[in-house]
Write a protein that binds this ligand. Structure first.
Ligand SMILES: Nc1ncnc2c1ncn2[C@@H]1O[C@H](COP(=O)(O)OP(=O)(O)OP(=O)(O)O)[C@@H](O)[C@H]1O
Length: 227
Protein backbone atom coordinates (compact mmCIF):
# COMPACT_ATOMS: atom_id res chain seq x y z
CA UNK A 1 0.00 0.00 0.00
CA UNK A 2 1.36 3.43 -0.88
CA UNK A 3 1.83 6.01 1.84
CA UNK A 4 -0.90 8.67 2.02
CA UNK A 5 0.42 12.22 1.67
CA UNK A 6 -2.12 13.42 4.21
CA UNK A 7 -4.39 11.59 6.59
CA UNK A 8 -6.79 13.11 9.13
CA UNK A 9 -8.51 10.69 11.50
CA UNK A 10 -11.23 11.42 14.06
CA UNK A 11 -10.06 15.01 14.32
CA UNK A 12 -11.61 17.18 16.99
CA UNK A 13 -10.44 20.76 17.42
CA UNK A 14 -12.11 23.44 19.52
CA UNK A 15 -11.13 27.09 20.09
CA UNK A 16 -11.53 27.72 23.81
CA UNK A 17 -12.25 31.43 23.30
CA UNK A 18 -15.03 31.20 20.70
CA UNK A 19 -16.24 27.65 21.29
CA UNK A 20 -16.09 26.86 17.54
CA UNK A 21 -15.57 23.13 17.10
CA UNK A 22 -14.35 21.29 14.01
CA UNK A 23 -14.91 17.54 13.71
CA UNK A 24 -13.46 15.60 10.80
CA UNK A 25 -13.92 11.82 10.92
CA UNK A 26 -11.68 11.01 7.94
CA UNK A 27 -9.94 12.95 5.21
CA UNK A 28 -6.97 11.78 3.23
CA UNK A 29 -5.03 12.66 0.11
CA UNK A 30 -2.79 10.43 -1.97
CA UNK A 31 0.13 11.41 -4.21
CA UNK A 32 -1.07 13.57 -7.09
CA UNK A 33 -4.64 13.98 -5.75
CA UNK A 34 -6.41 17.25 -6.45
CA UNK A 35 -9.15 18.23 -4.00
CA UNK A 36 -11.38 21.30 -4.13
CA UNK A 37 -12.30 22.28 -0.55
CA UNK A 38 -15.30 24.55 -0.16
CA UNK A 39 -17.50 25.76 2.65
CA UNK A 40 -19.34 28.80 3.99
CA UNK A 41 -17.42 31.63 5.58
CA UNK A 42 -16.67 30.57 9.15
CA UNK A 43 -17.11 26.85 8.44
CA UNK A 44 -13.51 26.11 9.48
CA UNK A 45 -11.48 25.89 6.26
CA UNK A 46 -8.58 27.98 7.59
CA UNK A 47 -8.71 26.08 10.87
CA UNK A 48 -8.37 22.80 8.96
CA UNK A 49 -5.45 24.15 6.92
CA UNK A 50 -3.73 25.20 10.14
CA UNK A 51 -4.26 21.71 11.56
CA UNK A 52 -2.78 20.16 8.38
CA UNK A 53 0.21 22.51 8.61
CA UNK A 54 0.70 21.64 12.29
CA UNK A 55 0.20 25.26 13.34
CA UNK A 56 -2.77 24.09 15.44
CA UNK A 57 -2.92 20.72 17.19
CA UNK A 58 -6.18 18.80 17.63
CA UNK A 59 -7.57 17.98 21.08
CA UNK A 60 -8.12 14.44 19.83
CA UNK A 61 -7.57 12.41 16.70
CA UNK A 62 -4.56 13.03 14.51
CA UNK A 63 -3.15 14.56 11.34
CA UNK A 64 -0.38 12.61 9.59
CA UNK A 65 1.79 14.08 6.89
CA UNK A 66 3.77 11.48 4.94
CA UNK A 67 2.99 8.97 7.70
CA UNK A 68 4.17 11.18 10.56
CA UNK A 69 1.66 12.10 13.25
CA UNK A 70 2.12 15.86 13.75
CA UNK A 71 1.04 15.67 17.41
CA UNK A 72 4.09 13.54 18.23
CA UNK A 73 6.65 16.01 16.81
CA UNK A 74 8.48 18.89 18.46
CA UNK A 75 7.86 22.37 17.03
CA UNK A 76 11.14 22.31 15.06
CA UNK A 77 10.49 18.79 13.72
CA UNK A 78 7.06 19.97 12.61
CA UNK A 79 8.57 23.05 10.90
CA UNK A 80 11.04 20.82 9.00
CA UNK A 81 8.37 18.35 7.96
CA UNK A 82 6.16 21.21 6.75
CA UNK A 83 8.81 22.90 4.59
CA UNK A 84 10.01 19.54 3.22
CA UNK A 85 6.59 18.34 2.14
CA UNK A 86 4.20 21.28 1.74
CA UNK A 87 4.22 24.20 -0.68
CA UNK A 88 1.95 27.08 0.33
CA UNK A 89 0.12 29.43 -1.97
CA UNK A 90 -1.91 32.21 -0.39
CA UNK A 91 -4.32 34.89 -1.45
CA UNK A 92 -1.73 37.61 -0.66
CA UNK A 93 1.26 35.81 -2.29
CA UNK A 94 3.67 36.63 0.60
CA UNK A 95 6.53 37.33 -1.81
CA UNK A 96 9.60 39.21 -0.58
CA UNK A 97 9.48 42.52 -2.44
CA UNK A 98 13.23 43.23 -2.15
CA UNK A 99 14.16 39.96 -3.89
CA UNK A 100 14.11 39.11 -7.59
CA UNK A 101 11.63 36.70 -9.12
CA UNK A 102 14.28 33.96 -9.20
CA UNK A 103 15.35 34.51 -5.59
CA UNK A 104 11.75 34.36 -4.37
CA UNK A 105 11.19 31.06 -6.16
CA UNK A 106 14.36 29.39 -4.87
CA UNK A 107 13.64 30.37 -1.23
CA UNK A 108 12.11 27.03 -0.07
CA UNK A 109 15.32 25.26 -1.16
CA UNK A 110 17.26 27.39 1.35
CA UNK A 111 15.11 26.05 4.19
CA UNK A 112 14.66 22.45 3.04
CA UNK A 113 17.47 20.07 2.06
CA UNK A 114 14.89 17.71 0.62
CA UNK A 115 13.38 20.37 -1.66
CA UNK A 116 16.91 21.41 -2.71
CA UNK A 117 17.88 17.84 -3.58
CA UNK A 118 14.67 17.34 -5.55
CA UNK A 119 15.29 20.60 -7.44
CA UNK A 120 18.85 19.49 -8.24
CA UNK A 121 17.54 16.16 -9.53
CA UNK A 122 14.93 17.85 -11.72
CA UNK A 123 17.43 20.29 -13.25
CA UNK A 124 21.18 20.80 -12.91
CA UNK A 125 20.92 23.59 -10.34
CA UNK A 126 18.24 25.08 -8.08
CA UNK A 127 18.23 28.19 -10.30
CA UNK A 128 17.65 26.08 -13.42
CA UNK A 129 14.81 24.28 -11.69
CA UNK A 130 13.24 27.66 -10.82
CA UNK A 131 13.74 28.86 -14.41
CA UNK A 132 12.06 25.74 -15.77
CA UNK A 133 8.99 26.33 -13.57
CA UNK A 134 8.88 30.05 -14.33
CA UNK A 135 9.07 29.30 -18.07
CA UNK A 136 6.23 26.80 -17.78
CA UNK A 137 4.16 29.40 -15.92
CA UNK A 138 4.84 32.04 -18.59
CA UNK A 139 7.23 34.05 -16.41
CA UNK A 140 10.52 33.25 -18.13
CA UNK A 141 11.06 36.87 -19.22
CA UNK A 142 11.04 38.24 -15.69
CA UNK A 143 13.67 36.14 -13.88
CA UNK A 144 15.83 38.97 -12.55
CA UNK A 145 13.10 41.55 -12.13
CA UNK A 146 12.05 42.74 -8.67
CA UNK A 147 8.69 41.22 -7.77
CA UNK A 148 7.41 44.65 -6.71
CA UNK A 149 7.35 45.67 -10.39
CA UNK A 150 5.05 42.81 -11.45
CA UNK A 151 1.28 42.76 -11.95
CA UNK A 152 -0.93 40.88 -9.50
CA UNK A 153 -1.35 37.97 -11.93
CA UNK A 154 2.39 37.78 -12.54
CA UNK A 155 3.11 37.83 -8.80
CA UNK A 156 0.70 34.96 -8.28
CA UNK A 157 2.57 32.90 -10.90
CA UNK A 158 5.83 33.57 -9.06
CA UNK A 159 4.16 32.42 -5.84
CA UNK A 160 2.99 29.27 -7.66
CA UNK A 161 6.53 28.51 -8.85
CA UNK A 162 7.77 28.97 -5.27
CA UNK A 163 5.13 26.55 -3.98
CA UNK A 164 6.06 23.99 -6.65
CA UNK A 165 9.85 24.09 -6.48
CA UNK A 166 11.60 21.01 -5.10
CA UNK A 167 8.57 18.80 -5.68
CA UNK A 168 6.69 19.04 -2.36
CA UNK A 169 4.18 16.22 -1.80
CA UNK A 170 1.32 18.64 -1.19
CA UNK A 171 0.44 22.19 -2.18
CA UNK A 172 -2.04 24.03 0.00
CA UNK A 173 -3.58 26.74 -2.13
CA UNK A 174 -5.77 29.02 0.02
CA UNK A 175 -7.95 31.27 -2.14
CA UNK A 176 -5.08 31.65 -4.64
CA UNK A 177 -7.19 33.32 -7.30
CA UNK A 178 -9.16 35.87 -5.30
CA UNK A 179 -6.86 38.73 -6.34
CA UNK A 180 -7.10 37.80 -10.03
CA UNK A 181 -9.77 38.95 -12.46
CA UNK A 182 -12.37 36.40 -13.53
CA UNK A 183 -10.76 35.78 -16.92
CA UNK A 184 -7.45 34.76 -15.37
CA UNK A 185 -8.69 32.62 -12.48
CA UNK A 186 -9.39 29.41 -14.37
CA UNK A 187 -6.26 29.85 -16.48
CA UNK A 188 -4.11 30.22 -13.37
CA UNK A 189 -5.62 27.15 -11.67
CA UNK A 190 -5.12 25.08 -14.82
CA UNK A 191 -1.46 26.12 -15.04
CA UNK A 192 -0.89 25.36 -11.36
CA UNK A 193 -2.56 21.95 -11.57
CA UNK A 194 -0.74 21.01 -14.78
CA UNK A 195 2.64 21.71 -13.21
CA UNK A 196 1.66 19.92 -10.00
CA UNK A 197 0.51 16.88 -12.02
CA UNK A 198 3.81 16.78 -13.87
CA UNK A 199 5.67 16.27 -10.58
CA UNK A 200 2.95 14.21 -8.87
CA UNK A 201 2.32 16.88 -6.23
CA UNK A 202 -1.13 16.72 -4.59
CA UNK A 203 -3.08 19.98 -4.44
CA UNK A 204 -5.64 21.04 -1.83
CA UNK A 205 -7.40 24.02 -3.39
CA UNK A 206 -9.57 26.15 -1.11
CA UNK A 207 -11.86 28.58 -2.85
CA UNK A 208 -15.23 30.31 -2.59
CA UNK A 209 -15.58 30.04 -6.38
CA UNK A 210 -17.44 26.80 -7.20
CA UNK A 211 -16.54 27.28 -10.88
CA UNK A 212 -12.99 26.19 -10.06
CA UNK A 213 -14.11 22.81 -8.71
CA UNK A 214 -14.25 21.32 -12.21
CA UNK A 215 -10.46 21.49 -12.46
CA UNK A 216 -9.97 19.18 -9.46
CA UNK A 217 -10.57 15.42 -9.41
CA UNK A 218 -12.36 15.51 -6.04
CA UNK A 219 -14.63 17.92 -4.24
CA UNK A 220 -15.06 18.19 -0.47
CA UNK A 221 -17.58 20.44 1.27
CA UNK A 222 -17.00 21.36 4.93
CA UNK A 223 -20.74 20.84 5.46
CA UNK A 224 -20.41 17.13 4.62
CA UNK A 225 -18.44 16.65 7.83
CA UNK A 226 -20.93 18.55 9.96
CA UNK A 227 -23.93 16.54 8.78
N1 LIG B 1 -8.04 32.21 16.78
C1 LIG B 1 -9.35 31.96 16.93
N2 LIG B 1 -9.88 31.91 18.16
C2 LIG B 1 -11.18 31.65 18.35
N3 LIG B 1 -12.05 31.41 17.35
C3 LIG B 1 -11.57 31.42 16.08
C4 LIG B 1 -10.21 31.70 15.83
N4 LIG B 1 -10.00 31.66 14.48
C5 LIG B 1 -11.21 31.37 13.94
N5 LIG B 1 -12.15 31.22 14.90
C6 LIG B 1 -13.56 30.89 14.68
O1 LIG B 1 -13.62 29.59 14.11
C7 LIG B 1 -14.63 29.54 13.10
C8 LIG B 1 -13.98 29.03 11.78
O2 LIG B 1 -13.07 30.00 11.32
P1 LIG B 1 -12.19 29.77 10.01
O3 LIG B 1 -11.36 31.01 9.83
O4 LIG B 1 -11.49 28.48 10.12
O5 LIG B 1 -13.33 29.67 8.88
P2 LIG B 1 -13.19 29.76 7.30
O6 LIG B 1 -14.07 28.70 6.74
O7 LIG B 1 -11.77 29.72 6.90
O8 LIG B 1 -13.79 31.20 7.01
P3 LIG B 1 -13.56 32.19 5.75
O9 LIG B 1 -14.08 31.49 4.53
O10 LIG B 1 -14.38 33.39 6.11
O11 LIG B 1 -12.07 32.50 5.70
C9 LIG B 1 -15.23 30.93 13.00
O12 LIG B 1 -16.44 30.92 13.71
C10 LIG B 1 -14.20 31.81 13.67
O13 LIG B 1 -14.82 32.89 14.32
Amino acid sequence: MTLAVLRCNNLVFKYASSGFELRIPEFSMQAGDTVFLEGDSGSGKSTLLNLIAGVLLPQSGHVSLMGQNLSTLSASQCDSLRVDHIGFLFQQFNLLSYLSVLDNVTLPCKFSKRRKQNALMQAGTVQQSAERLLNALGMGKYLNQSVSTLSVGQQQRVAAARALIGQPDLIIADEPTSALDAGHQAQFVQLLLAQAAEQNTAVLLVSHDPGLAQHCAKRQHMGQWQA
